[in-house]
Ligand binder design. Structure first.
Ligand SMILES: [Mg+2]
Length: 434
């Protein structure tokens, strides 16, 4: 009896060979280099929405900078009373996780090396990586310091390679030039790409095509989906909807009392359908800096200098991302772990350290009295506004030293993709839109 044969589409992560193979089983070795880092999926050569996520970013940078730490468990975070900001994969073997209190991390892994965060340093590495992403496509949407969405549709002609191959080459470039690993999820939309990047960490490359998405999602908890907030997820689970399949199988009318206008959107996400586009507009919601102290403080002489350093840090981060916000936030946590937040909206958006500091200091002074002591202090800025106006955009590009023709190209790309109503000049906005 003749053996049943199928055609498998493959792409090799080692030598970037790609093509089709007729076989009875999905191939596991590359026909070109013999390597085993093969990605096999019918759609691997055509999918073009990616989510890229650095692997234990802060800890990886610290390990890169200090090779003695290479095989040791390392965490970045507060030394005594803080929390884990990042744990390397060695530390994760002991059960150390992000956001875990430091004392607990030390209990699980007594010989762990604890490194104080160097945020400015991480921001500069993040910018290097962001620049490499922009070499692939102008459509990069940063989600945080160490992750971003990329839309590579239409770039095949330019790069003479599939989006998947360009992403694999980007991973290789980041490893060689920056010295850290990143994981990539490749799909047809943001929600699936975000889920995919988490499946094969570290140094992963995971494809989640539409064809497999629904079955793949079915048993997974609704909370794992990118786009479902914590409170919506809780309302769903409280009402007995636990998996994606539970939501897909329910009439959307029954979900509306729980989710309101979002019901259909969320049901679609549970099916693997997501029409959100990659937006190069500012997605960052806030930039902040906070510190958990080694002891509680109540006096302004102790707190104000800390606040000033935090304001400077926030300012540097805002400038690094070319952001200006008009809401200044102050956060305090008292000795009983109760958090209070105070905020002030100002007329003109700012990225200036002294402005942020002055406003935050006024907010802080109102809260201080000798009877109260604080274990945490933080300052943040948000209110970054909507789409950038043309004038601001031009100025930012000028500040970055980008030549006008490059800018024009970038604008043309935006117009071509989203239509010419995407970016308006300040002057244009003063007139009513036709
Ligand atoms: Mg990460």
């Amino acid at each position: 009896m003749a053996e049943l044969r199928f055609s498998f589409t493959f792409l090799c992560r080692s030598c970037f060979a790609s093509g089709f193979l007729g076989a009875a089983e999905p191939p596991t070795t590359c026909p070109s280099c013999g390597g085993t880092r093969l990605v096999v999926d019918d759609d691997v050569l055509s999918l073009c929405i990616a989510h890229l996520d650095c692997d234990s970013f802060y800890a990886s940078i610290e390990k890169r900078d200090n090779p003695e730490l290479a095989n040791k468990p390392v965490m970045v975070g507060g030394k005594t009373r803080g929390v884990v900001a990042a744990a390397c994969y060695e530390a994760r073997k002991y059960g150390v996780r992000s956001a875990m209190p430091t004392f607990q991390a030390k209990k699980r892994c007594p010989h762990i090396t604890i490194i104080k965060p160097r945020m400015d340093h991480y921001v500069s590495v993040s910018r290097q990586i962001r620049q490499m992403m922009h070499d692939l496509t102008p459509l990069v949407e940063p989600l945080s310091i160490d992750e971003a969405f990329l839309d590579l549709s239409g770039t095949q002609t330019l790069h003479k390679a599939s989006p998947a191959e360009m992403l694999m080459r980007l991973q290789q470039r980041i490893k060689q030039e920056i010295g850290i690993t990143v994981s990539v999820g490749l799909a047809s939309n943001k929600s699936l790409a975000k889920l995919a990047s988490d499946q094969d960490k570290p140094d992963g490359f995971f494809v989640l095509s539409d064809k497999h998405a629904r079955r793949w999602l079915a048993p997974r908890p609704v909370s794992t989906i990118y786009g479902i907030g914590k409170s919506a997820a809780k309302r769903l689970t409280d009402a007995g909807y636990h998996s994606c399949d539970d939501i897909v199988r329910t009439d959307v009318k029954q979900l509306t009392p729980l989710l309101g206008k979002q019901a259909l959107f969320i049901q679609n996400l549970a099916k693997g359908i997501d029409n959100r586009r990659i937006s190069t507009e500012r997605e960052t919601k806030s930039v902040s800096s906070e510190t958990t102290f080694d002891r509680d403080y109540s006096h302004e002489d102790d707190l104000i200098p800390i606040l000033e350093r935090q304001a400077q840090r926030v300012s540097r981060r805002l400038k690094a991302q070319a952001l200006q916000g008009n809401v200044i936030n102050l956060k305090l946590k008292n000795a009983q772990f109760k958090t209070i937040s105070r905020r002030k909206t100002i007329a003109n958006p700012t990225d200036k350290a002294h402005e942020i500091f002055t406003i935050a200091r006024d907010l802080l002074l109102k809260e201080l009295n000798p009877a109260k002591s604080w274990r945490l202090l933080g300052v943040g800025v948000d209110g970054f506004g909507s789409a950038p106006q043309m004038d601001d955009f031009l100025k930012q590009m000028d500040d970055k030293g980008l030549r006008k023709d490059k800018l024009e190209q970038a604008l043309d790309d935006v117009y071509a993709k989203f239509g010419d109503k995407t970016i308006f000049s300040g002057r244009q906005l003063k007139k009513p839109l036709k």
